[in-house]
Design a protein around this ligand. Structure first.
Ligand SMILES: C[S@@+](CC[C@H](N)C(=O)[O-])C[C@H]1O[C@@H](n2cnc3c(N)ncnc32)[C@H](O)[C@@H]1O
Length: 221
């Protein structure tokens, strides 16, 4: 599915969030607490925006690797390295079986990715495994709005406007019907926190942004 929408993914993100998705990723970078020289893995990296934001934080002496299962998304990400003048290594790989040995990264991040995997506990356990003790795991996800009026607006936008935008811009309405459906079946913030704890992560906390539609979970390894 992601192969099919790779070419229009960035444009639709900008339209759907009025450009705010960049700020949410910046907050994710801050919570990953990575500084110059750090080594970071961004899983489900897609077209690379989270990975590029991390690369800015770790600087030329740091290393960021982006991993995704979709070759088309990775092709878009690789093309953006030149445009952004930032070097990130993009590799094919599955979050549920990460191709890295234990404890090699200072942090592991995921943006809008965990919602798509079949085994959420395994995903967090893999993210924990590849980080060193004392490292950090950060998960940025869409969550369901709870504030009454905002919730109604959000449901209308997500259930009706987003699939139409998907049909117009990506010529793929089904991928953008999948988006609200996947958010609805995704665990709420407290449940996700418990799953992260069960995966062995410590000090799990979360921040809610954008009127309650974005949750950033962060934890210690
Ligand atoms: C909604 S996109 C998010 C992309 C990017 N992280 C962002 O912040 O925009 C979800 C990505 O997860 C990838 N994905 C889904 N399942 C995966 C898996 N098991 N392992 C690695 N990547 C996966 C998809 O190919 C897609 O690129």
């Amino acid at each position: 599915m992601f192969d099919g929408i790779a070419g229009s993914y960035d444009r639709l993100n900008d339209v759907m969030t009025a450009g705010l998705h960049h700020r949410w990723r910046e907050m994710g970078v801050m919570l990953a607490r990575v500084g110059p020289g750090a080594s970071v893995l961004d899983v489900c990296c897609g077209t690379g925006d989270f990975a590029f934001a991390l690369k800015k934080a770790v600087g030329p002496g740091g290393r960021v690797i982006g991993v995704d299962v979709s070759e088309e998304m990775l092709d878009v990400a690789r093309e953006k390295c030149g445009k952004n003048q930032l070097y990130v290594e993009f590799r094919t790989g599955d979050l549920l079986s990460l191709p890295f040995t234990n404890g090699v990264f200072d942090a592991c991040t995921v943006g809008f990715g965990v919602r798509n995997v079949a085994d959420i506990p395994l995903a967090f356990s893999e993210m924990r495994r590849v980080c060193r003790p004392g490292g950090r795991v950060v998960c940025l996800e869409i969550t369901q709005a709870r504030i009454p009026v905002f919730k109604q607006f959000y449901n209308l936008w997500f259930d009706h406007a987003v699939p139409r935008l998907g049909r117009l811009a990506a010529r793929d309405e089904s991928a953008y019907r999948y988006l609200p459906a996947s958010v609805k079946r995704f665990p709420g913030p407290d449940e996700l926190k418990t799953l992260m704890e069960q995966a062995g992560l410590k000090n799990v906390r979360y921040e809610i942004l954008a009127g309650g539609i974005i949750a950033i979970h962060h934890a210690l390894v």
